[in-house]
Write a protein that binds this ligand. Structure first.
Ligand SMILES: Cc1cc2nc3c(=O)[nH]c(=O)nc-3n(C[C@H](O)[C@H](O)[C@H](O)COP(=O)(O)O)c2cc1C
Length: 226
């Protein structure tokens, strides 16, 4: 029963007009470039992968303390750089794009940041988010210090390799977000993966048309509950 579905994902026939190279995700006119303030890691961090895996588990219970946004941006951008360099698919299938909803932020303003392997910018202050509990189906995610949401250009991926292009976007997004999630945990933070926001709740804010900027997966991050 699953075989036709799996065969469908393997198809490399484009389903759209193949002209994605002529379309781009909408830019953010008011974006302010951001520089990361790198700081020494806290003693004992980052833990290595084995120690991280042995001590981690997903968590929906968070401390109220703000999270150092420079650390989040740095860990995330490095994950996206590994995606870009490892797959070398940015030119063909489009780069991954991430948005950080920094709800409780230390060291940088709370608000929305856009992160790619090459760029980093602040696109909106926290005041435009309204009540973060209304952005997702599960309200507990809004208790986190912040939320990272990953987007792919499935228009480009489709023009490149049809359904296989979409499948690779899903794999890349998963790997990059687990890279982020596990490294956050290696720095003593907690969080959980989840499907993402209600599309229409953030569509205008991050100019997500669902095609050139399509939501793939999200994760919370926070300090652990005491
Ligand atoms: C792709 C993906 C999407 C998920 N979406 C949700 C979700 O929307 N809501 C939720 O409560 N858990 C979701 N989860 C499950 C949790 O993130 C977590 O993986 C699960 O509770 C297992 O915990 P563990 O990571 O400690 O093994 C999702 C997991 C994955 C891999």
């Amino acid at each position: 029963m699953m075989q036709p579905l799996l065969d469908g994902y393997a198809a490399r026939v484009r389903t759209s007009d193949g002209l994605a190279a002529h379309r781009s995700p909408k830019p953010f006119a008011d974006a302010t470039p951001v520089a990361i303030d790198e700081q020494e890691a806290t003693p004992g961090h980052p833990r290595d992968l084995a120690a991280t895996l042995l001590t981690r588990r997903s968590s929906l219970h968070y401390a109220d303390a703000p999270v150092r946004t420079d650390l989040v941006l740095s860990v995330l951008q490095n994950a996206l750089r590994r995606d870009s360099g490892g797959w070398e698919l940015d030119d063909d299938a489009g780069p991954l794009e991430a948005f950080v909803f920094a709800l409780r932020s230390e060291g940088k303003p709370a608000g929305v940041y856009r992160v790619t392997a090459r760029e980093l910018s602040f696109i909106a202050p926290a005041s435009v988010l309204g009540d973060p509990e209304l952005l997702g189906v599960q309200r507990e995610f809004a208790d986190a210090g912040g939320i990272v949401s990953l987007y792919a250009n499935i228009d480009r991926a489709d023009s490149w390799a049809g359904s296989h292009g979409y499948r690779l976007c899903a794999v890349r997004a998963s790997m990059a977000l687990y890279d982020f999630h596990l490294r956050c945990q290696s720095h003593g933070l907690v969080g959980t993966m989840f499907g993402g926001f209600i599309g229409s709740a953030v569509r205008n804010l991050i100019q997500s048309d669902g095609v050139t900027r399509h939501p793939m997966l999200a994760a919370t991050y926070a300090h652990p509950a005491p």
